[in-house]
Design a protein around this ligand. Structure first.
Ligand code: PLP
Length: 446
């Protein structure tokens, strides 16, 4: 019997309120999305401190691809915690770290002989890529994309261009980054239409930037998300990625694939870049790799390796508990066939979102790959004015009806349930989402 969401107390209930009060008093800068205080999670469901049950379509922002507290992950963490919790993986040796390094290298999309650097987060996986690119090419400049998100530490932040608030008062960050418009075809930055645009947004790099002001021989690397996450779940046409990739190859620029949000089976492939038919020089992963235990990994071609003791390092990278969690996460993705599950269920979700778009005017666009999908809301389909307040209202209504979903881009909602979510629960969640869209859309028309 599938358990359905059950809202006993309108969130935030009294227990959640007490937690929120304390949190507000002591916790610095917040991006809190909903007044939910979790007590327990299991699979695709969570229970809050006031006894409400929710379906989770946010997966801890694409971290819980295996669902909450997967028994195999819990077992591995417990065992490792009992054995030892820390031994500075960059200074000493232990089996679980070496085995994880071998596993990540073997499943990664980087061709040839590979090496991996372990860290604790997505931003650190990109910081490592930045430093590695400078080290190995001895070039100083970088290219990334508008709408892209690569983290918030100053190096990664300089690549990020997803929301102005993330940059406000932090300039100057790392100099030497050129941000190019991304292939966001629903809102083409050049006001062109795909495919008659002839992928101008990719060709412009060589035809304009390299010609006019950016010496390509000084560019170390290009950072790209194969599906932009925070920027709005934007899937670029594969030609865009392929042209950018071949331009990089021609100019000796390393191609860095940021799989922090889209990777680990989320899109119906182990790595989202596989959809575009190219391979990277460097690949960054984090989030779902540790199933909730912080870990980041930067995989790269062996020839790029620092090769000098102390060129880059950290204290916690390759922490044994994180390594144990990551090893069992990879094993479970394979055992449960989660790549195939994401692909199959994603196709079902694609159809359902398409049906919703056909009847709800407030939906301007639906897009995504596998179980990484989003709907973008607009006030008017012709002007495409972003329906930001309405998006927030849909998110809030979903929560009040027992569905956790989180925004992305200007006026989108991402739909990223755990990959092993039962089909019945997937449909229940989509029904709740559609109900909220219908109700908010109706109010907007009035
Ligand atoms: C594509 C991408 N890269 C990097 C990051 C930064 O990861 P973290 O928050 O773990 O530092 C994120 C986080 O959302 C992300 O989506």
């Amino acid at each position: 019997m599938v358990k359905v969401p059950n809202i006993a107390v309108e969130p935030p209930g009294p227990k959640a309120k007490a937690i929120i009060d304390l949190d507000t008093k002591f916790l610095a800068t917040s991006t809190k999305a909903s007044p939910i205080a979790i007590e327990r999670g299991e699979g695709s469901l969570i229970w809050d401190v006031d006894g409400n049950t929710y379906l989770d379509f946010a997966s801890g922002v694409a971290v819980l691809n295996l669902g909450h507290s997967h028994p195999a992950v819990v077992k591995a963490i417990k065992q490792q915690a009992q054995d030892f919790t820390h031994f500075a993986g960059t200074d000493y040796y232990y089996d679980v770290q070496s085995r994880l390094a071998e596993r990540i290298c073997s499943i990664s999309n980087v061709p040839g002989e590979r090496r991996v650097f372990l860290s604790n987060s997505g931003t650190e996986s990109n910081e490592a890529a930045l430093k590695l690119a400078r080290w190995s090419t001895q070039r100083k400049l970088f290219i990334s994309f508008i709408g892209g998100f690569h983290g918030r530490t100053l190096g990664s932040l300089s690549l990020t261009a997803s929301k102005a608030v993330q940059q406000e008062r932090y300039f100057p960050s790392m100099p030497g980054v050129t941000h190019l418009p991304f292939a966001y075809c629903y809102r083409c930055p050049y006001h062109l239409d795909y495919p008659s645009c002839d992928i101008w947004c990719a060709k412009i790099l060589e035809e304009l930037h390299f010609e006019d002001y950016l010496p390509s021989e000084e560019v170390a690397a290009m950072f790209m998300e194969p599906v932009q996450g925070e920027g709005g779940y934007i899937v670029p046409p594969e030609e865009f990625v392929q042209i950018m990739h071949s331009t990089c190859k021609r100019h000796g620029i390393l191609f860095v694939d940021d799989e922090v949000q889209a990777g680990m089976a989320r899109t119906g492939r182990m790595w989202a870049l596989e959809h575009h038919g190219v391979v990277p020089d460097i690949m960054c992963t984090a989030k779902a790799l540790g199933s909730g235990v912080p870990i980041g990994a930067t995989v790269f071609r062996k020839e790029l390796d620092w090769g000098k003791k102390g060129s880059h390092s950290n204290t916690y990278g390759g922490n044994p508990i994180a390594c144990a969690a990551a090893l069992v996460t990879i094993e479970t993705i394979e055992k449960e066939g989660l790549v195939e599950q994401a692909d199959r269920k994603g196709e079902h979700m694609r159809k359902r979102l398409g049906e919703m778009k056909a009847v709800h005017e407030i939906i301007g666009d639906v897009r995504g790959l596998g179980l990484m999908r989003a709907a973008e809301f607009v006030k008017d389909r012709r002007t495409k004015e972003p329906a930001v307040k309405e998006r927030d209202a849909i998110e809030e209504l979903c929560v009040r009806r027992g569905l956790v979903a989180i925004g992305c881009g200007k006026s989108g909602i991402r739909i990223i349930p755990p990959l092993n979510i039962p089909m019945e629960l997937l449909d229940i969640g989509l029904d709740i989402l559609e109900g909220a869209i219908r109700d908010v859309g109706r109010d907007m028309v009035r």
